[in-house]
Design a protein around this ligand. Structure first.
Ligand SMILES: [Zn+2]
Length: 144
């Protein structure tokens, strides 16, 4: 599992605070480079609220450009190794929605771990990194 360095974590936390009270999302490449993603959940929700019940305050979906970059990286020697998003006001846990998003037919879609950031109105209260254990995503690391 790729472990986050302090500067990567700081960029992610700054992203989470800037987007608060909306969820931020992005990813970290194997070399530690952070890519700040675009959360298009509000656009999806506005264009089709029946299909996309969640908005950006309680959900995230990467833009097509982000998804293309993520997928393409898997064929390179510097693949995305961590996908992150923030949880405004609800704590850092791996939700049912997060499992749904990470899995296809019960298997992880990408060989990555997931970082969930706990962000509140007074700032970031840490984050947790989750990794697939063969059955579910388990918390493997906590950061302050
Ligand atoms: Zn989540």
């Amino acid at each position: 599992m790729t472990v986050l360095c302090k500067s990567s974590l700081e960029r992610i936390y700054a992203h989470a605070m800037r987007l608060y009270p909306l969820e931020c999302c992005g990813f970290v490449f194997a070399d530690g480079t952070v890519h700040l993603g675009a959360n298009i959940q509000d656009e999806l929700n506005r264009s089709n609220p029946e299909s996309y019940k969640r908005n950006a305050a309680n959900g995230y979906t990467f833009s097509l450009a982000d998804t293309a970059r993520l997928v393409a990286s898997m064929r390179t020697d510097n693949p995305v190794s961590i996908i992150y998003h923030s949880h405004p006001n609800v704590g850092a846990y791996f939700s049912g929605e997060d499992h749904d998003k990470a899995l296809f037919a019960g298997e992880p879609i990408y060989p990555v771990s997931y970082l969930v950031v706990d962000v509140r109105d007074d700032g970031v209260h840490g984050s947790k990194q989750f990794e697939w254990d063969g059955m579910q995503f388990e918390c493997r690391e906590s950061f302050s």
